[in-house]
Design a protein around this ligand. Structure first.
Ligand SMILES: Cc1cc2nc3c(=O)[nH]c(=O)nc-3n(C[C@H](O)[C@H](O)[C@H](O)COP(=O)(O)OP(=O)(O)OC[C@H]3O[C@@H](n4cnc5c(N)ncnc54)[C@H](O)[C@@H]3O)c2cc1C
Length: 235
């Protein structure tokens, strides 16, 4: 049986691991962070995902869309909040169309649960240090024990996100490797609007709320527990 090693168990790694294991491959995933499902990893920069048609198709193809729908809230349009507290509504599509608010961490947890059910092995606290492209090996260092493990696989997938360690290796060891990265001028911070004292949503939960203010902006997306996760984008 072909062995696949995935570096990083974020959204892409977790979903890809389900695709591969459904095809009958042996899949191991190495993640540098602790297990999201048992450790509360620092809140503050999580941002809800707005899941659209493309995302749903990726989930449907491996038969997990219904599981994710249980934790997703439809947003049919955006509600703009102007400086005088006036609201205006802009639909995202035709009648019945919507994008869906999902907790990024929550979706990642669902995907990891389903991956493990499929037989994927996930190793946490394992940071990829280096990759040997010729041998197909990756070296991981455990955060707690500092022990290094060399893993061999038939196929190695770098699903370790924007700051990919594997991409850095490709850059250093491959001739004419093209790569460019641009940084946004804005940073962002997570805020929260709790449910009302009566236990209801504080605003319309079927919309994505936006407070556009020129050089900065606040957005709010609804959660299953009737709170809103807000993100403040600013310089
Ligand atoms: C502000 C913001 C808002 C966004 N909003 C949306 C949205 O509304 N809808 C949408 O579809 N997309 C959105 N995106 C994009 C979406 O977040 C990314 O496309 C998605 O997270 C990419 O998934 P990934 O698995 O490639 O990377 P990540 O989610 O970054 O996962 C990478 C994983 O690899 C691990 N890792 C990193 N380095 C190593 C290493 N050396 N060794 C081992 N593990 C490692 C990390 O800990 C992480 O778990 C947004 C992105 C940002 C920044």
């Amino acid at each position: 049986m072909k062995k696949f090693t995935l570096i990083g168990s974020g959204l892409v790694g977790s979903l890809l691991s389900i695709y591969l294991s459904k095809r009958g491959y042996k899949v191991s995933m190495y993640e540098r962070r602790p297990d999201l499902r048992t450790n509360r990893i620092s809140a503050g920069r999580s941002i809800n995902l707005a899941l659209s048609d493309r995302g749903w198709r990726g989930l449907e193809k491996v038969g997990i869309a219904d599981e994710v729908r249980k934790v997703a809230l439809p947003m049919k349009g955006r509600i703009m909040h102007d400086i005088n507290s006036q609201l205006s509504y802009q639909p995202y599509g035709k009648e019945g169309q919507a994008i869906y608010s999902v907790s990024r961490g929550g979706l990642n947890c669902v995907l990891m649960d389903l991956a493990e059910k499929q037989g994927v092995e996930i190793f946490f606290n394992e940071k990829c240090d280096s990759v040997d492209l010729k041998k197909g090996n990756a070296v991981f260092e455990n955060f707690e024990t500092q022990k290094k493990t060399e893993v061999h696989a038939d196929y190695l997938f770098a699903t370790d996100g924007a700051g990919s360690a594997a991409r850095l290796q490709l850059q250093l060891s491959t001739d004419r490797f093209q790569y460019s990265q641009q940084y946004l001028e804005h940073g962002y911070k997570e805020l929260s609007i709790p449910p009302t004292p009566e236990g209801d949503f504080a605003m319309d939960p079927t919309a994505l709320h936006i407070w556009p203010r020129g050089s900065f902006m606040l957005i709010a997306l609804p959660n299953m527990d009737k709170s809103f996760t807000c993100t403040l984008f600013s310089f």
